[in-house]
Design a protein around this ligand. Sequence first.
Ligand code: ADP
Ligand code: MG
Length: 247
Amino acid sequence: MTVYALETSGLTKQFAGFTAVSDVGLRVRRHTIHGLIGPNGAGKSTCFNLLTKFLAPTRGTILYEGADISRAGPAEVARMGLARSFQISAVFPHLTALENVRAALQRRRGESFDFWRSDRILKRYDADARALMAEVGLTGWEETLAGEMPYGRKRALELATTLALAPKMLLLDEPLAGLGQEDVGRIAALIKRAAEGRTVLMVEHNLNVVASLCDVITVLTRGKILAEGDYAAVSANPAVQQAYLGE
Ligand code: ADP
Ligand code: MG
């Protein structure tokens, strides 16, 4: 069995002749927190879209847990345990926090989400939903409308809805974007906890958090891998420093 949760080779994505991701060979070891960093426009989100099959690669292969998912669809890789969160928070604002988590649990069971279902049916997911909310520190927020939660709590809720899918691997696109200092610490701690027994690949601009959370870091610039290693090695790399100065 491979030691890699995710392994790409020659991964390439072109948009109308522009190469956003170029010949990327990314290898993410199982049960590590792997950071993907780089200046704006480097191709990080495009990589995520390729890995989760929201975009089809122009060239290249993707292995997930040793299985070739190059031609799989997004629903199929999601069923295989690869879950993502988006750069922009994606919760239903008009549902309460608890209803959001119940809806996510329901989606996982393959039932389509139906807002008009009777509360009695949704209650089936109540205990699991409350446990997930406790896991991300949201006990007491159950009845608050998601749209009325402070931003940091909304990100925690989003993490709960992602964990509701029982993923083996989490792809987090800028999970700390827009958060204040206190929330950064809180969400970083949640990510560390969520990573126990899982593999995490995260795009993040907050380098202090990357330094403290990530076992391995891949630096992407202009669609290509510029450097790879632990934080000390990557941050001491002159080419990496140059790439960040030019941002
Ligand atoms: P990052 O997440 O590292 O900031 P992105 O992956 O979002 O970078 O974008 C990489 C490059 O690809 C950018 O130059 C961006 O403008 C371009 N790009 C991304 N998506 C598309 C698209 N759907 N069509 C055309 N160009 C795109
Ligand atoms: Mg991005």
